[in-house]
Design a protein around this ligand. Sequence first.
Ligand code: ADP
Ligand code: MG
Length: 362
Amino acid sequence: MSRAAGETVLDVSGLTVTFPGPEGPVRAVRGVDYRLRRGEVLGIVGESGSGKSVTSLAVMGLLPPTAQVAGSITFDGRDLLTLSDDELNRIRGERIAMIFQDPMNSLNPVYPVGYQIEEAVLAHRAVSRAHARERAVELLDLVRIPNPRERISSYPHELSGGMRQRVVIAIAMANDPDVIIADEPTTALDVTVQAQVLQALQAARAATGAAMVLITHDLGVVAGQADRVMVMYAGKLVETGDVEPVFYEPRMPYTLGLLGALPRLDRPAERLTPIPGAPPSVVDLPPGCPFSPRCPLSTDLCRDTEPELTAVGGSAVDHLAACHHSAQVSGAVAQDVFAPGAAGDIGAVSDPEATVAAEGPR
Ligand code: ADP
Ligand code: MG
């Protein structure tokens, strides 16, 4: 679907975001490029603090005024970074909609949910209240809220967390946006409810044809939903491409590590291998690859020179990785790299007892 659709709807180029901080500039986003094609789902994954939310808040023009933003964000032929607040307001909500982790941040507790959906419709469309109400019922039905005609009168607190998030999705869809950005939309929900919310998101996409940026720290969510994926670390993309090559043949040890921490139905015998350590502070990044302190494959080159994103999949495959040792990673699984004693010995059978010990230092 992604490749058939083809046309770029959002083009982010050279995006950097820096916040002033007491200990020096916080380099939250350090040069991110991506293109979102019409109708596709692009997953953004990475541990907490990697710059996923800041990247998307920049697109929405929702960063605090202290943020220093550079680069360009082209939507519908215009650079969003150059638009006035009024112009941005017209695009936000109507053409680009955003869904956050906590639906209560998006819903007003004192109004019924139907009224809030109507308001979203009326904000961008010259239609009657009655028409907006019909649209609200239709939207609640689309996100699979049972008895939508009765439910429009419910207040947010009368709904479960999963239902509230579906209402937020209904609001996001209200004006047939071109792009929906969903930032950890299922993170606050338990697993069964997560599945329902993801279904609602899919229904929203199918009904509107919107492209979606799906941000999550959960690779499992991306695997089931996305056409393409971007892996972020310390404010940069470290691996990106179509979901299949990135998931089945990752070329950056960090991606391999994220996958190793994910239970897989197709490899039930494999032990989960966590990545040791924690992401670096982006205030005072040393030179070199930011992942190198945690990377068993790291060499002097990695400590000196930050690797660029480079094509790793051959000309026919959309797959880039930023790793000096991406060739060595090819074909490896997380245990080969992250199990203690496995470093530099890719392909050797790792000691499963040692993997348990690796869960200690966190
Ligand atoms: P993620 O969404 O991947 O968990 P974020 O994009 O929220 O990460 O944050 C990236 C970095 O930017 C973090 O180091 C975070 O502390 C910092 N950051 C985010 N928002 C602000 C802000 N308003 N002021 C200062 N630093 C911020
Ligand atoms: Mg975030």
